[in-house]
Each structure stands twice: as C-alpha cells, then as structure tokens.
Write a protein that binds this ligand. Sequence first.
Ligand SMILES: Nc1ccn([C@@H]2O[C@H](COP(=O)(O)OP(=O)(O)OP(=O)(O)O)[C@@H](O)[C@H]2O)c(=O)n1
Ligand SMILES: [Mg+2]
Length: 402
Amino acid sequence: MKITNLPAEFENARPVLQTIEDAGYEAYFVGGSVRDTIMGLKIHDVDIASSAYPAELKALFKRTVDTGIEHGTVMVLDHGNGYEVTTFRTESGYQDYRRPDKVEFIRSLPEDLKRRDFTINALAMKENGEVIDLFDGLTDLKNHLIRAVGNPDTRFNEDALRMMRAVRFASKLNFAIDPNTMDAISRHSQLLAKIAVERINTEFVKMMLGSQPQRGLQDMLNTNMVAYVPVFNDYRSAIETMIALPNFKLANENQVWGLLSVMFGLQRNQIAAMLKQWKAANQTISATQKITPAVNAFRDHKLSSVVLFDTGAERLKDSLAVANAIGINIDDQEVLHAYSQLPIKDDHELAINGGVLIKSGVVNPGPDLGRVLKELKLAVINGTVQNDQSQLLATAKRLLNR
Ligand SMILES: Nc1ccn([C@@H]2O[C@H](COP(=O)(O)OP(=O)(O)OP(=O)(O)O)[C@@H](O)[C@H]2O)c(=O)n1
Ligand SMILES: [Mg+2]
C-alpha cells in the first residue's frame, strides 16, 4: 500500500527522513500517526523510527534535544518543528510488568516492529508514503480489530498498561478486540494492579472520551479489568447502567468524572475519595464536585439560583453535557438563561465585604462576620435583597438585631 497525498505533518517531516537516509541509515514514520492517517483521522504528531543510533542522529542535524536519550529518542528541530526520532530497539526484562529492564538499540526495522503492542500500531511508512505491514495491521484496520502483535500474553506481560490501551483504542476507533487478545486480557487483568494509577487514569480518560466509551466499559467488565482499577469494582451495576444508556460522547475529563460520580451516586466527600485514589488533579476534583450536584439537581428538578451560582459558568456547560449523556430531560438554553440572570456570579461581585461591615460598626471580626456575609450572599443570589451596599448594610443590621 502506498499513501499518496500525505497530510502536511508528514510532508513537513520528509526532509528529516531524507537527511537520515542520505547518510545511509533507514528512517520511517511509525505508530499512531500512520494508523490514524490510513483511517482518515486527523493526526496530532508524527513519530519517526530509525536505524541510526542517537549519537549518529545528533551528528546529522544542527539542532537536536535529548528528550529521551536513554531509551533512544532524540528530538530533531527543523524549520520550527520538533520531531521525535527513536532508534530501532528491542526491549527485554519487564520484571515489573511496566518497563523493560534493558533496552537495546538495533538496526532492524522488523525487530523493532515486533515488540510493539497492536498490529494497527506496528505499521511503518516510508518517506514516500509506502506502508510496511509485517503483521497484517492493514487487514485488522480494515476489519476494525485490535489484535496484539505475536503472542498477546507476552505483550501484556511486557507492559500491562497495554490492556487499557486496547480498550482505549477500541473506544476511540470503534474497533472490536480480537478474541485471542481479549482472552489474554482476561487472563492477565490482575497485572493492571502493578501499573501506576496515573497512567491507568490517562488511558481510562482517553477511553471515555472516545467515540464508544460504553464499548470500553463493557470490555473492562468482561475482562474483569474493573476489579484492578481503583473503586470501580464496587459499582459494577452502575457501570452496567451506563453501558445501557444510548450512545454518549463526552468532551473533557471533568465530564467523565462527573458522569461517573452521578451514576455511582457519590456525595462530595466520596467524589474526593474516589478521585484521590485515581490520582486525579485537585482541579479535577473540585470541578467534579461542582458538576455532580448540578446534574443531580437537574435530575431531581431541584435546580435553584444557589445551585447555579455554586456551579459557575464553566462547570454548568459540563453539567449540561453530563445531563444530556444520561438522558435527563433538560432545556440547555433555559438553564443558561437562568444562569445569565443571576444578580451576581462570583463572591467578589457582592456589593459589600467584611471590611465595610466592620467599619460601619454592624459586626465585629469573628464568626458572626462570616455567617452574615454568607447570608447576604444567599439573599442576593435568591433575589430577596438587591446587590446594593446600603440595602445590604440594613439587612445585616436586621440579621444581627442591631
Ligand atoms: N505500551 C506501549 C506504548 C506504545 N507502543 C508503541 O509505541 C507507539 C507510540 O505510542 P503512543 O504515542 O503512546 O500511542 P499511539 O499509537 O501513537 O497513539 P496516540 O499517540 O494517538 O495516543 C505505538 O503506536 C506502539 O507502536 C507500544 O508498543 N506499547
Ligand atoms: Mg503517538
């Protein structure tokens, strides 16, 4: 197979491959960019593999950066672009099921391709667009199959994260996992427990953001992977319920965790506990803690000005996306309009602050101050008092019986 009309990312990189080849080495495009181009998908970056060793590569180009020199990756800078060029390599050891004990640089493309995870990821493409397909990856692409290169047991023992990658690609591409590969995942699912949670998190979120997240969830249930990632095993029936929803598509990580938290019925502290186990970032935790109550309020017809205020503009969009994914009957425009009508949208917009309250002698510093400010804020949000300093002062006096 030869690809004509290469996307611009490849065209721009061609001189880099040519320079390597002119020096007598081999160079190919490899990995996801080749796969995605054949699928007709947009690509984000191109990876290059070469028979040249890192020192040899560095001698060929004026500007390089040692981005991952210990595993053979050199970044070549060319016309304002950076290209990761990785020396062909074999890997061995894998005593921890995560990374090889030993990486050996080699000159042979087939040896490099055969240590890769899936046939659709083991394609190489020459600078002129000619595809090298040693493991029937093109057939699998055509048949929409994720299939391990060679023996799947070996591939998953080398790197157990590949089981999550299989599920991620299945969701992203709407592919089935080949039965032999699937059986191997079922046999080895417990190896996931050896993988850093952050890496599982990244793959899981990508899976959920794919076109068929429910396919991915089903694969995780069928193979029992759910039992070896944090928390999920306790929520198998909620996961079944998610799988049975009409096909949904999520747009970002916050929506992913928001959806799960709603479906799992989690309270604020349980959301934090789950996401800490998943090693999510603090801002993901706080976003999820805003989205979840909003979606619950949509569902229970308990949407109020206070809920809108607490959710905030950004998370409100995510909440609507999650509500739509679940099939909650809600008028997005109506909700957004209600939000736009809030008298204040941020604490700082309140027309009074602690300093003013103290200076006017209404309240002394201490617990009363915080309580009064909170009540004033709620009164403004609920529309019972106008956001006006003298009216707020009068209300504060009344609240404190002064
Ligand atoms: N655990 C892994 C990770 C990566 N690879 C190989 O390294 C390539 C590049 O890896 P990566 O960038 O993580 O995945 P892509 O397939 O490029 O997918 P994308 O970048 O679109 O996520 C893969 O195609 C595959 O050949 C592998 O064999 N095993
Ligand atoms: Mg990639």
